[in-house]
Design a binder for this molecule. Structure first.
Ligand code: HEM
Length: 263
């Protein structure tokens, strides 16, 4: 049985882009782990221009894969090849996001098992976690680590005390639901290897980041990826692999006219 037969249609099919209709909360976009995603208008803008020059040709799934590559490559050469030809899914289910997205509180075993279900190994896990060199997490996601780790008002001992104190100056207890902190303390707007350097100093913001230090091989990779060029090559390879997960081709799926709406 292929992973897609076992696990439904989670994959690179732009199902995340579908807007809920009439307040229907069951689409992927509305699933709790996806609610903070932004930037959908960027995909709309690209799609509108493409439809003007070559209608019904480039799928929203391909646009998303290329935009993800270019978002981190624009200062340099394109960092990896994006093979086109993906088709767009005709289904978008919140239940799949809840089932298939790893939690920020996940330990190594659950991260390993989840990635393995999609054919991704521990090198992919560590390399793709490097995407946390960019962006932010909400205080709500890390509040327990800071203020009530074992239910006794304590702090996760796997966080460096200095970093934990710094985070406590950013996140209140109880957390403000809209407050965020940088995932990479040093340079959260740059694609670099500072995420791994921070992790090596016990400054992994999410429990899932810190979990990469709890396995010998992934801990070794965290050290290796502190070299930007080693990280960049591994990230590129893993993005190509992730971009091929359960892709729809042939007569499956469609080329959407509007990335937010199933045709
Ligand atoms: C290894 C398993 C992963 C876990 C457990 C995880 C978990 C999370 C969590 C909890 C957040 C914070 C969300 C929020 O508070 O709004 C986050 C943010 C982010 N994640 Fe991951 N993630 C994982 C893998 C990935 C991968 C594979 C990528 C992309 C290749 C990625 C890219 C990002 C980015 C860019 C952000 C920042 C979003 C923003 O600034 O709004 N993550 N992740």
């Amino acid at each position: 049985m292929s992973p897609s037969e076992r696990y439904g249609c989670t994959g690179c099919d732009a199902s995340i882009l579908i807007d809920p209709v009439n307040g229907d909360n069951s689409t992927e976009k509305n699933a709790a782990p996806n609610r903070s995603i932004q930037g959908y208008e960027v995909i709309d803008e690209i799609k509108t221009k493409l439809e003007e020059v070559c209608p019904q040709t480039v799928s929203c799934a391909d646009i998303t894969a290329i935009a993800a590559r270019d978002a981190v490559s624009f200062q340099r050469e394109p960092m990896w090849p994006v093979y086109g030809g993906r088709r767009d899914g005709r289904e978008s289910l919140a239940s799949e996001a809840l089932r298939d997205l790893p939690s920020g509180g996940a330990n190594f075993t659950s991260l390993h098992n989840l990635f393995a279900r999609f054919g991704l190994d521990d090198t992919d896990l560590v390399a793709l976690s490097g995407a946390h060199t960019i962006g932010v997490a909400h205080c709500t996601v890390i509040s327990r680590r800071l203020f009530n780790f074992t239910g006794k008002g304590d702090t996760d001992p796997s966080l460096s005390p200095e970093y934990a104190n710094f985070l406590k100056t950013k996140c209140s207890n109880p957390p403000n639901p809209t407050t965020t902190v940088d995932l990479d303390r040093d340079s959260s707007l740059a694609f670099d290897s500072h995420y791994y350097e921070g992790l090596g100093r016990s400054e992994g913001l999410l429990a899932s980041d810190a979990a990469l230090l709890t396995n010998q091989r992934t801990k070794y990779l965290v050290q290796r990826f502190q070299n930007f060029w080693v990280f960049k090559d591994a990230f590129a390879r893993s993005m190509v692999k992730m971009g091929a997960i359960e892709v729809l081709t042939g007569n499956n799926g469609e080329i959407r006219n509007n990335c937010r709406v199933i045709n």
